[in-house]
Design a protein around this ligand. Structure first.
Ligand code: PLP
Length: 397
């Protein structure tokens, strides 16, 4: 018997929410509306739609994209969502919509490398004060001058360190001085962590990673209250960045979402077993994974995540050169910069930054990222094959 008032579970909503086949010729799978504009019966009808900020042009509105937006908002527990062309488009569109000259933004000391460059190289050019704070101790927020601070922005887990930040504790302090909290939850996905439930005001994702999960597109999303999303769509997306997600990409992300939770369970089980193997390995100096019981952040991680996701960082006892040798010894795990795919991917931020410095001297490693740090995105391959690959690469002299 169907129980009244019971909300369908995450997996059911990831498959069905926001789509009614009766409205689409009874198609079970959402159709892809490849159109750039919409035709109206009369001028009056066009006026009414425009007045309601409805679909007149596909930069801000598309029916395929709208299904994805409704579903992501639902899965994150937010009122509304806007999707854009990439994760960086989400960061840029959000900041350029919500910040003005004279405002200030607090950012965590460690950020994804391009968000780090945006915060420290681009945003200050617009007369916006950027205040880096080590949010691993939320009390550090009490030491800043909060004048003009509109946003507190961080990732958890943090890219590339896999550090965990306490969303509830940071949100309480930020709200005390009137700032809103943005969490980049890309490393977790809504199947594992829902920051709005812990006091955050906005959630940001690179859809390129776990949510799509198949390494075949770029996308981004922001989930927040309806008014904020209307502002980001109506200014940032409409006439600042114009970074629209293609309907084809929206369709593929909807397909990826259907298996998100199933994938995250396998990703996390593989990652925990690998983190345990690495922790016990004599050539590994340190390993950081949110759900390793020895991790001091494990209690916080367990409070805000349902599993540890599948991003881990490690350093070898012999440091920088040993990291490069070990990575070259891998035969299954790919040396590649992205994350969250079915394929396991590994990268060494210091090697890439030093290479970039040859053409761009100001390139620098994000604060908190050490020379020995290796980042591993654990995929969905059989665990024994991943363990074998890592163990034989670690045995390389
Ligand atoms: C935490 C985080 N945020 C944002 C981005 C940017 O996403 P995209 O590559 O889709 O632009 C990335 C990309 O690696 C990321 O790891």
């Amino acid at each position: 018997m169907k129980r009244p008032n019971r909300k369908p579970g995450f997996q059911t909503r990831a498959i069905h929410h926001g789509f009614n086949p009766a409205e689409h010729h009874r198609a079970v799978t959402p159709p892809i509306y490849m159109t750039s504009t919409y035709a109206f019966e009369t001028v009056e009808e066009a006026e009414t739609i425009a007045e309601q900020a409805g679909a007149t042009y596909a930069r801000e509105h598309n029916p395929t994209t709208a299904i994805l937006e409704a579903r992501l908002a639902e899965l994150e527990g937010g009122e509304a969502c806007v999707v854009v062309a990439s994760g960086m488009a989400a960061v840029g569109t959000l900041l350029l919509s919500l910040l003005s000259q004279g405002d200030a933004i607090v950012v965590h000391a460690t950020l994804y490398s391009n968000t780090f460059a945006l915060a420290h190289e681009a945003i200050p050019r617009f007369g916006i004060r950027v205040i880096p704070v080590d949010l691993s101790d939320p009390a550090n927020l009490d030491t800043i001058d909060p004048t003009g601070v509109k946003l507190v922005y961080f990732e958890t887990p943090v890219n590339p360190t896999a550090e965990i930040l306490d969303i509830a504790a940071i949100a309480a302090r930020a709200h005390a001085f009137g700032a809103r909290v943005v969490v980049d939850s890309t490393f977790a996905s809504p199947a594992v962590q829902r920051p709005l439930e812990h006091g955050a005001d906005m959630v940001l994702h690179s859809l390129t990673k776990y949510i799509n999960g198949h390494g075949d597109l770029l996308g981004g999303a922001v989930i927040a209250d309806a008014e904020t999303i209307a502002r980001i769509r109506g200014t940032g997306l409409r006439y600042i960045t114009g970074a629209t997600l293609s309907p084809m990409a929206a369709f593929l992300v909807l397909r990826g979402l259907k298996t998100l939770k199933l994938r995250m369970d396998v990703h996390a089980a593989n990652a925990l077993a690998i983190a345990e193997m690495l922790e016990a390995h004599p050539k590994v100096a340190w390993v950081r994974y949110p759900f390793l019981p020895s991790n001091p952040a494990f209690p916080t991680a367990r409070r805000q995540m349902s599993n540890g996701s599948a991003m881990l960082s490690l350093g070898l006892t012999e440091g920088f050169e040993a990291a490069r040798r070990m990575m070259d010894g891998l035969t299954l795990i790919s040396r590649a910069v992205s994350l969250g795919d079915a394929e396991s991917l590994i990268m060494h931020p210091a090697s890439l930054t030093y290479a970039r410095r040859r053409t761009k001297p100001e390139a620098r490693l994000a604060t908190g990222v050490t020379e020995d740090l290796i980042r591993l995105s654990v995929g969905l391959e059989d665990l024994d094959d991943l363990l074998d690959d890592l163990q034989s690469a670690l045995a390389t002299p």
